[in-house]
Design a protein around this ligand. Structure first.
Ligand code: NAD
Length: 328
């Protein structure tokens, strides 16, 4: 076991889609892991870790100082993933979104300082870029952030807060995740690749809005690995730095995604809707994380589509868990 791997990592939101995959790979790599999660939509993702002496679960809320203090007990590193995730839930529950994504996140950081935490990795999002200023530009981390939803506003504000903590003793790293796809211990089917592939595999025609808008994508296992790499990197390489995380070579429009799904599921039918409901339109460049941290993806979008399609075809999954924020 390396010195790094003897560390204890708190994963906030560890019961979620990305968090549960991160917990899985951290435990596999001999880290000790603590999860703080209020189980907004079920904790089945954590069952496979139950009984592992390196795993501890705190059912608690990020908005509660006592829950955070309990979770931070004995912890070295923090990966902050808990959030009200995505534009629709933030729009539907704006107060909650501000409380969790902004106020509670700042409070978490303050309590991390009190607790002497060494590293803090924040799960941000490429949707902070909003829209390409110049058509077809590949946006790197120096591009202007242009949040066009409450969700990305909260993410940008917390990024700015973290970057201002220059006198902090904590190594602060921001990872701007691409839109995620793939199967984790707690998969989400409200994300484009997963949703489209599931519907196509179930024989439903796709109805696509904004077919020509660009977006970067990343498999959930690659994203989780990027968090682990950031946690283990030299302080000088990651402190006060933001990294785009995604496919270094390929961004996709929804029309391109449909074409890829059609290769795996030839019976696919697609209808394009003329009304555009999603104004996000950006392509990102992920060279920084490749050049500085040596991170490259191991799975492509076509790999992910094949993986999801075969799970439905073989009926490993028949009724996906899709009810998000039903019980808040
Ligand atoms: P998710 O919704 O599956 O997981 C979030 C977890 O946070 C859930 O388990 C939920 O129960 C927990 N949580 C919510 N509010 C909480 C609170 N008040 N206290 C404690 N726990 C709470 O989301 P995800 O897709 O795994 O996303 C994880 C992180 O990655 C988020 O910060 C998100 O903004 C970011 N991100 C995700 C994507 C994506 O495409 N999925 C893209 C970019 C960034």
């Amino acid at each position: 076991m390396t010195k790094q791997q003897a560390k204890t990592v708190l994963v906030t939101g560890g019961a979620g889609y990305i968090g549960s995959e991160l917990v899985r790979i951290l435990l596999e790599d001999q880290f000790r892991v603590v999860v703080l999660d209020n189980l907004s939509f079920g904790g089945e993702s954590l069952l496979s870790f139950w009984g592992n002496p390196a795993f501890r679960f705190i059912k608690g809320d990020l908005r509660n100082d006592d829950d955070i203090r309990t979770a931070l007990n004995g912890v070295d590193y923090v990966c902050h993933l808990a959030a009200i995730v995505g534009e629709p839930p933030c729009k539907k529950y704006p107060v909650l979104a501000l409380e969790v994504n902004w106020h509670a996140s700042v409070r978490l950081y303050e309590l991390c300082e009190e607790a002497g935490i060494e590293r803090f990795v924040f799960a941000s999002t490429c949707s902070n870029y909003g829209k390409m200023a110049v058509a077809d530009a590949l946006l790197d981390e120096t591009a202007e952030l242009n949040p066009i939803s409450l969700y990305s506003e909260t993410k940008v504000n917390f990024e700015k807060y973290l970057l201002k903590q220059r006198n902090s003793t904590i190594t602060r790293t921001i990872l701007r995740f691409s839109t995620v796809y793939g199967i984790s211990p707690r998969p989400r089917f409200d994300l484009t690749v997963n949703e489209f592939t599931r519907d196509a595999a179930l024989g439903k025609p796709l109805l696509i809005y904004g077919e020509n808008f660009w977006r970067p994508y990343c498999h959930v296992s690659d994203l989780a690995r990027s968090v682990k790499i950031a946690l283990m990197a030299d302080h000088e390489k990651v402190d006060g730095e933001a990294f785009n995380v995604g496919d270094t070579s390929q961004n996709y429009t929804k029309k391109m995604l449909a074409a890829e799904i059609g290769k795996a599921i030839p019976s696919l039918k697609v209808n394009y809707h003329p009304v555009v409901t999603d104004p996000r339109d950006y392509k990102v460049n992920c060279d920084k994380i490749k050049n500085i941290l040596g991170f490259t993806i191991s799975k492509t979008v076509p790999n992910g589509i094949t993986e999801i399609a075969s799970l439905f075809r073989e009926q490993v999954i028949s009724e996906p868990m899709n009810a998000r924020y039903g019980n808040i």
